[in-house]
Write a protein that binds this ligand. Structure first.
Ligand SMILES: [Zn+2]
Length: 383
């Protein structure tokens, strides 16, 4: 009966390979980007905090420096790596943004570890793709927090530093609960500490943290702003509604809920901070199979039923919450926040151009991405 043992062992090894290999391959898959002419430099977050160098917490920062002097803006994407439109907006900017005055910095994968694996048991694909005129552009789909592989073990209760507020254990790996961070803390705390060092050392004027949220979650389709940023956010919300005909309301940042970018960045630096939430259906618990279409086309029959029952916080129509609408919204809201900033701070103007909501919706997401096969080698970037 010895052969039965060998058979069981062979089956086990097969299962292990079938389950493990795709996950290992995703962890090592590199996204290819074609940097636009606007990118003047690529450097590392660890340039502001040496101990991050060579670790999974380090990540790329793309700089867009204008000819004229001006203010500075930092755009953070990939705090939550399952919130697709945040990263796609960063990729859109890296390939298309041009700066005339001041400096724009873009971080596409703030929580790089989070981009290296999807939510365990969540039923999500390992990648998402966007159709382009030259083929499918492929990205890693990530998770909300750092991978347990990269920050382990989880505590029983997460104690926020420096406030001491007690938060869910799972938020110890959430880089939107570890602000402002500390140099000798967990990986998550070191990442946010490095970003705070950048914001303080570079004297960043505007910090924008990109997210998307469920249609059944009240804090969606909005700009979250603390007290100092509120007037800018209200102005931006009114202008996008008036000029670009879409809604994005303002939510106040609660002062008693700690660790979030829209709270701590403003409290621990001079920057004006904003967190943008675009609505998406793939994160809604009730949505159907977590397919590529669900993330990119943004339509789901169960969400439609929920909409009929009045359970959603955003309107649903035949268009779906497409990647174009979500990315276009992120881009236009960012640009309107900067317009508001420029009006009140003419000596620190930040002038740049990037595709706006109507243009992205009309032309389609894929038309803004260049074919890496036809690009100069010096313009290729890997994420
Ligand atoms: Zn988020």
């Amino acid at each position: 009966m010895k052969w039965i043992k060998w058979l069981i062992l062979a089956v086990l090894v097969l299962f292990l390979l079938a389950g493990g290999l795709p996950i290992l391959m995703q962890r090592n898959y590199k996204e290819t980007l074609v940097m636009g002419d606007g990118v003047t430099r690529v450097f590392k977050l660890s340039d502001y905090f040496e101990p991050l160098k060579g670790t999974i917490g380090d990540t790329n920062i793309y700089e867009f420096k204008g000819q004229a002097e001006g203010g500075k803006m930092l755009i953070i994407a990939g705090t939550h790596e399952s919130e697709v439109s945040a990263m796609v907006t960063a990729f859109l900017f890296i390939e298309n943004l041009k700066t005339e005055a001041g400096t724009v910095y873009v971080i596409p994968h703030f929580n790089y570890s989070g981009s290296l694996g999807t939510q365990p048991g969540g039923g999500y694909p390992l990648y998402y793709t966007i159709p382009t005129p030259w083929g499918e552009k492929k990205f890693r789909l990530g998770d909300r927090g750092l991978q347990a592989l990269d920050q382990w073990p989880d505590p029983d209760v997460y104690v926020h530093y420096p406030d001491g507020q007690l938060l869910s254990y799972i938020d110890a790996r959430n880089t939107n609960r570890t602000w402002p961070g500390r140099p000798n803390g967990t990986m998550g705390e070191r990442i946010t500490y490095a970003a705070m060092e950048m914001i303080r050392n570079e004297k960043i004027d505007v910090v924008i943290d990109l997210h998307e949220a469920e249609t059944m979650f009240p804090v969606t389709n909005c700009i979250v702003a603390p007290e100092r940023s509120k007037n800018y956010a209200v102005g931006a919300a009114l202008y996008v509604k008036g000029r670009e005909k879409f809604e994005s309301h303002v939510e106040p940042s609660p002062s008693n809920f700690r660790g979030l970018s829209h709270r701590e960045v403003g409290d621990y630096s001079d920057a004006l901070v904003f967190l943008l939430e675009a609505p998406c259906v793939h994160l809604d618990q009730i949505s159907g199979p977590k397919t590529n279409d669900l993330m990119i086309v943004g339509k789901d029959p169960f969400i439609n039923v929920a909409a009929e029952k009045g359970l959603l916080f955003v309107p649903i129509d035949e268009r779906g919450w497409t990647i174009e609408r979500r990315v276009g919204q992120q881009s236009s809201v960012i640009q309107e926040i900067v317009n508001q900033f420029n009006r009140k701070n003419p000596e620190r103007k930040i002038l740049f151009t990037a595709p706006k909501h109507a243009e992205v919706v009309e032309k389609g997401m894929g038309t803004f991405f260049k074919d890496p096969e036809k690009a100069a080698e010096s313009r290729i970037a890997f994420e």
